[in-house]
Design a protein around this ligand. Structure first.
Ligand code: B12
Length: 220
């Protein structure tokens, strides 16, 4: 963690949207792209919050304020930056959600913005979505991709059900699984070839640039 991560974490904890935004503006002025800003600035700053919660120097109430401040800054990023940087619409659709009782959605919100920037039409369904509603939303809208975010280890059995049912939908979407635990554990046994495990934003970039179009050329 660098000083800038700690500074941003303290602005999040103070609910200081304006100062947090100034830090983002510095990265934008330095020519950083969205992936770099999300992976190298926001994610470690939220990691600082996690460490402070672990050593009891902040409470869950503080974590909630930090979350809502970070969320606001991401929405501002969408409004001020994503809108201007967007590639032309590519006609593809992506749906994003977290499994039931999973409340960690900030990472998924970043992924939603990255897809928007790449010209996808997206729907961000946020945290804690029961499986039946995930299935019915996907059946109705027929997204090419369904992105799931996985953070808390004890929800792995619930995750398996989501992957199984979403992969099996009639229109055969690609399921993408990302989140804090994906680079740390092997989730292959939960997935068929219709699910891609995405351990980092660099992997996501590769998949967005090459993986998805290859899938279009080689029918399953
Ligand atoms: C903020 C926070 C909360 C907030 C929720 C924030 C929110 N609404 O999103 C609140 C306060 C509600 C919360 C609650 C809890 N939390 Co919490 N939380 C955090 C904290 C500090 C930050 C999470 C975060 O936003 N990180 C930043 C994002 C950007 O990182 P990320 O999710 O990994 O996403 C990146 C990648 O993984 C990837 N990605 C993410 N999703 C996807 C999806 C796809 C498709 C792709 C391609 C990529 C991708 O993209 C992102 C870009 O870098 C973490 C600590 C940490 N190190 O992360 C703990 C942490 C995750 N929480 C933890 C725990 C234990 C809890 C609680 C059980 C207890 C508590 N602290 O109150 C509850 C459980 C709530 C629940 N039912 O889900 C533990 C989890 C341990 C574990 N693995 O099981 C952590 C690690 C804290 C710790 N050090 O122990 N938490």
């Amino acid at each position: 963690m660098t000083e800038v991560h700690k500074k941003l974490a303290f602005f999040f904890l103070d609910g200081d949207h304006a100062s947090a935004w100034e830090i983002v503006k510095e990265d934008l002025a330095a020519g950083k792209n969205t992936m770099e800003i999300f992976e190298e600035l926001f994610t470690p700053a939220m990691g600082v919050i996690g460490e402070m919660w672990e050593d009891n120097s902040i409470t869950v109430a503080d974590e909630h304020l930090a979350t809502s401040t970070c969320d606001f800054v991401l929405s501002r990023y969408q409004h001020d930056v994503t809108q201007k940087r967007k590639d032309p619409q590519n006609g593809r659709k992506a749906l994003f959600l977290c499994v039931q009782d999973e409340n960690h959605y900030l990472g998924l919100k970043m992924i939603d913005l990255l897809f928007k920037e790449k010209g996808w039409t997206t729907k961000f369904l946020g945290c804690n979505l029961p499986l039946e509603y995930a299935v019915s939303a996907a059946e109705k809208w027929k997204p090419d991709v369904i992105g799931l975010s996985f953070t808390t280890a004890y929800r792995v059995s619930s995750l398996a059900g989501y992957i199984e049912q979403l992969e099996a939908l009639d229109h055969r979407p690609t399921v993408l699984l990302g989140g804090r635990l994906v680079p740390l554990h092997d989730f292959k046994m939960l997935c068929s070839e219709h699910t891609k495990l995405i351990p980092s934003l660099e992997d996501l970039n590769g998949w967005l640039n090459y993986g998805f179009s290859r899938k279009e050329q080689i029918p399953n």
